[in-house]
Design a protein. Structure first.
Length: 288
């Protein structure tokens, strides 16, 4: 089946879809993105993702390319044209095309909007969740504005490649004070020996994950004990459980950190239950 990509108003064959060489996203990573899950033919948490996209754009003074309603229609159309029932939809907004110069263009330019969709394998992800993943720590070396979901992901790319070369699936960034900030493409959580869920507050050092916010809703709904506070690498190593969250992996148990087992070295019951319950707390928008 041929894939379709949306580029600035046109639905194009994925293999030939392109933006200009002087797109500022390409030249300066001057752009932002979002990834939404597609689950059983539904767009998951569209409104929260679009609200975060709008915030990211606004922080960089990039105009939103479209209102939320038409943008949602285009997202759904891209998903439909690619016949995705379970997968992800990716949207990227850059400042647009202009003669290369660090300054913003003097005359307003239209932002570039690209949307793609691809299927994923939920069975493989569930299987991975049955064994959990290994994580390795990495010094925090990103810029301080990680709350903006920019396409400038080089530190994350290098850190995640480092993880792979260590036989792990994810990194946990550790700040100068020894506290875990987040993963290379996920938010980080632990469950203490007393059964308290802990995740870093969204104010500093992390991306305000949409999956994180849904899991917090779920945690409140289920009346679980939780604390939003920083936790250290040491505390994580002594935790009963650990897990990561992201739209692409939902809630994924972490079973080892820097080679040491977490808890009994198997996925924890809290992470496993939150994963099972996850979609009961999401906003679902039918696509087909
Ligand atoms: N933190 C980082 C650095 C990420 O790149 C991501 C997702 O891409 C997340 C956290 C999780 O965010 P979300 O749950 O919105 O996918």
């Amino acid at each position: 089946m041929s894939r379709i990509a949306y580029v600035n108003g046109q639905y194009l064959p994925h293999s030939s879809a392109a933006v200009h060489v002087e797109d500022r996203g390409y030249q300066f990573a001057d752009g932002v993105y979002e990834v939404c899950e597609v689950w059983q033919g539904n767009l998951v948490d569209g409104p929260r993702h679009l609200a975060r996209l709008e915030r990211s754009c606004s922080e960089l003074r990039i105009p939103m390319p479209m209102e939320h309603k038409p943008l949602t229609l285009v997202l759904k159309e891209v998903i439909r044209r690619n016949k995705v029932r379970n997968g992800i939809v990716y949207m990227q907004v850059t400042r647009g095309v202009a003669r290369r110069d660090h300054f913003f263009p003097l005359t307003p330019i239209a932002p570039t909007l690209v949307i793609t969709a691809k299927p994923t394998n939920p069975a493989a992800s569930d299987k991975q969740a049955e064994t959990g993943i290994a994580v390795v720590s990495h010094p925090e070396n990103r810029w301080p504005r990680v709350d903006i979901k920019t396409v400038g992901l080089l530190p994350n790319v290098l850190a995640k490649q480092y993880a792979r070369e260590q036989g792990a699936k994810e990194v946990w960034y550790v700040d100068q004070d020894g506290f875990v900030t987040e993963g290379g493409s996920t938010n980080a959580w632990i469950v203490t020996k007393d059964g308290v869920l802990v995740t870093r507050p969204a104010e500093t050092g992390i991306l305000r994950g949409i999956t994180r916010s849904v899991v917090l809703d779920l945690v409140e709904r289920e009346g679980l004990q939780f604390e939003e506070r920083p936790f250290s690498l040491e505390e994580a190593k002594n935790a009963r459980e650990a897990f990561v969250t992201a739209a692409s992996t939902i809630c994924m148990p972490v079973v080892s950190l820097d080679g040491a087992s977490i808890g009994n070295g198997h996925p924890g019951s809290v992470a496993t239950e939150l994963r099972k319950q996850f979609h009961t707390a999401t906003h679902l928008d039918e696509i087909y």
